[in-house]
Design a protein around this ligand. Structure first.
Ligand code: UT7
Length: 330
């Protein structure tokens, strides 16, 4: 019997209309367009309206796949939403998304691995598909970072943005789809990038709100250092394990946190600029959404059999790389 691979068969996305440019940020914190552009590669980000939860973007990203690919929502087996900004605690955003898109035969849950959430979700979804247990899995990476960013903190507000990207994963018998993964985590890193309050360790109180503990905090320098070395190591390892040279790899799709981190990873892999897909300039760091947003933006460029390396690093720490053979021509 032929081995089942989990292949991406469709991609979709949703981005809010409102933009927050570097010049807008200049009016909010002590920063400037030149610094942000040189240090991060970001020019603008998207911001979702107040009052709307991350599910709004996730539902729209999912619907774009359903409409484009003419999927019957009742055929979807499972919905995974990778996010660190769920609509609410205690209930999975994925369950709501599944109901809202009419995936009434599916079960859904959220996956929390910050900027590596989409890659970890690919691992989960592909394992279910490879096992033969499920045939259509909707994996959505979505974050409303504006709901946890302190817009008076220049260490974080210049980086993050809102957005959602989605993929449909299905069985493939031609050997296309997910080939290999190298995923890791190190909980010692959790103090460098975190929201301190609102969880069981430090429940929300007047005091925590007064001290801005409900906002995301990052020790940028430390995170940067770990991101560069771990993303590059993981990507190199996955190439070595699969006997891939830099010529064999068609594209590097890396988490969009900082252009300098992506460039450093590509350099270590020996991957030339034109094979490094980026959209950080327009959306900033949308956490779990960056990788599927790249897939959505560059879908028409991707060809059946293209060899793609994915790489990510995020809070936790969590990180890793995946090797995938693209499944279709659009
Ligand atoms: O998504 C996964 C997790 N996140 C990441 O991967 C992000 C990783 N970190 C980063 O991308 C970078 O560390 C930042 C973009 C956050 C900061 O860049 P950096 O090159 O690490 O800057 P820095 O914190 O070392 O600061 C360098 C200088 C400092 O000034 P002095 O001490 O050299 O005079 C800062 O005060 O730049 C100053 N600075 C700023 N200036 C203008 C720091 N932030 C800003 C700012 N605007 N926003």
């Amino acid at each position: 019997m032929k081995k089942i691979h989990a292949s991406i068969s469709a991609v979709g996305s949703y981005l809010p209309e409102q933009t927050l440019s570097n010049s807008d940020l200049e009016k909010m914190v002590d920063t400037n367009d030149e610094w942000i552009t040189i240090r991060t590669g970001i020019k603008e980000r998207r911001i979702l309206k107040k009052g709307l939860g991350v599910s709004f973007m996730a539902i729209n990203a999912a619907k774009s796949i359903i409409e484009k690919k003419k999927v019957n929502p009742l055929d979807i087996d499972m919905v995974i939403v990778a996010t660190i900004t769920p609509d609410m605690h205690a209930t999975a955003t994925a369950a709501y998304v599944a109901s809202e898109i009419g995936a009434n035969n599916a079960f859904g849950y959220d996956l929390s691995a910050a900027c590596s959430g989409f890659l970890f979700g690919m691992s989960t979804a592909s394992a279910f598909i490879e096992s033969g247990r499920y045939k259509k899995i909707l994996l959505i990476g979505a974050d409303k970072m504006s709901s946890i960013v302190d817009y008076s903190d220049r260490n974080t507000c210049i980086i993050f943005g809102d957005g959602a990207g989605a993929v449909l994963l299905e069985p493939n018998l031609e050997g296309l789809g997910v080939q290999d993964e190298y995923l890791r985590s190190d909980g010692i890193g959790r103090d460098f990038l975190r929201i301190e309050s609102g969880g069981s360790q430090m429940p929300t109180s007047l005091e925590t709100v007064k001290n801005k503990k409900h906002f995301i905090y990052q020790d940028g320098k430390n995170v940067f250092k770990h991101a560069v070395s771990n993303m590059a190591d993981a990507s190199e390892e996955i190439m070595k394990r699969n006997n891939l040279t830099n010529f064999d790899v068609n594209y590097l799709i890396a988490h969009q946190a900082n252009k300098r981190i992506i460039d450093a990873t590509a350099n270590r892999m020996g991957i030339v600029d034109k094979k490094v897909l980026m959209n950080i300039e327009r959306y900033g760091n949308t956490t779990a959404a960056t990788i599927p947003l790249i897939l959505s933006d560059y879908e028409s460029k991707l060809k059946k059999n293209d060899k793609i390396i994915f790489a990510a690093f995020g809070a936790g720490f969590t990180w890793g790389a995946m090797y995938l053979k693209w499944g279709y021509n659009s």
